[in-house]
Design a protein around this ligand. Sequence first.
Ligand SMILES: Nc1ncnc2c1ncn2[C@@H]1O[C@H](COP(=O)(O)OP(=O)(O)OP(=O)(O)O)[C@@H](O)[C@H]1O
Ligand SMILES: [Mg+2]
Length: 240
Amino acid sequence: MTEPLIALKHLQKRFGKQTVLADVSLTVAGGEILGLIGPSGAGKSTVIKTALGMEVADGGSAAVLNTQMPNRQLLGRIGYMAQDDALYEALSAEENLRFFGRMKGVAKADMATEIAHVAAVVDLTPDLKKAVSGYSGGMKRRLSLAIALLGDPELLILDEPTVGIDPALRRKIWGELHKLRDAGRGILITTHVMDEAELVDDVALLLGGKVMAYGAPSMLEAQYDVQTIEQVFLKAEGVA
Ligand SMILES: Nc1ncnc2c1ncn2[C@@H]1O[C@H](COP(=O)(O)OP(=O)(O)OP(=O)(O)O)[C@@H](O)[C@H]1O
Ligand SMILES: [Mg+2]
C-alpha cells in the first residue's frame, strides 16, 4: 500500500489557554477527497495550517508527502489555497499566475498553457488582464483557486475554495476536483456548503477539537440515521 499524502496523528494545538485541537487524526490518500467540516471556529483552518507547518503543533504528528512538517521544500508540490486571499492587488490576474507559477517551478515553456488551463477552470479567461484590485470577492477566490491548481500538484489543500462562487461554476469546479481525484491526486477541502460535503469520498466532522465523525457520506448518514450530511452535522452538534 502506498503511504497517504497527509497523515495527521493525535494532533494538538493550543492558542494560549485555548485548546483548539485536542486530538485530530486523519489521512488523505492519493485518489481521495477528504472534506473537513465543522462549525465556524472549530479549528478547520488550524488543522490545515498545522499540517502545513504554518502553525507549530503542541502534540501529535503531521506528515505531508511522507515528510514531517514543517518542510519548505515541499510547498512546491502542494496546491494550497488559504481562506484569506494572498494576491498581489496591483498586478493583473495573469501576472499573479505567472509569479506563483514560477515560484512553484512551472517550466517557462509550459507557463502559457498552464495559465490558460487553470484560468478556464475557474472562468477567469476574459478577466486575466484586469488588475486584481478591480476584482470582486468571488473573482479573487477563483484566482486563488487557479493559483492552487497551477503545476498540477499531487496534493491540493483548499480552505473554503467555493465561498462567493455561483452554483453553476461551483458545479464545474467540483467536476474538475473529481477529475483530479480520479487522476490520483489527493484533496483536503474545507467547506461550509453542506451539499458539497456529499461530493467528497470521506467527511471528517471537527467538533470540540476532535474528529467526531469520520467516513464516507453515505456511511455517516446511515450511522446517524439521517438523509444528508447537513443533518449529520446538526445531530452531532446536538441541534437536531
Ligand atoms: N493565530 C491565532 N491566535 C489565536 N487564536 C487563534 C489563531 N488562529 C486561530 N485561533 C483560534 O482558534 C479557533 C479555531 O480557528 P480556525 O480559524 O481554525 O477555525 P475554522 O474552523 O477554520 O473557522 P471558520 O469556519 O470560521 O473558518 C478560533 O477560536 C480562533 O479564534
Ligand atoms: Mg477556517
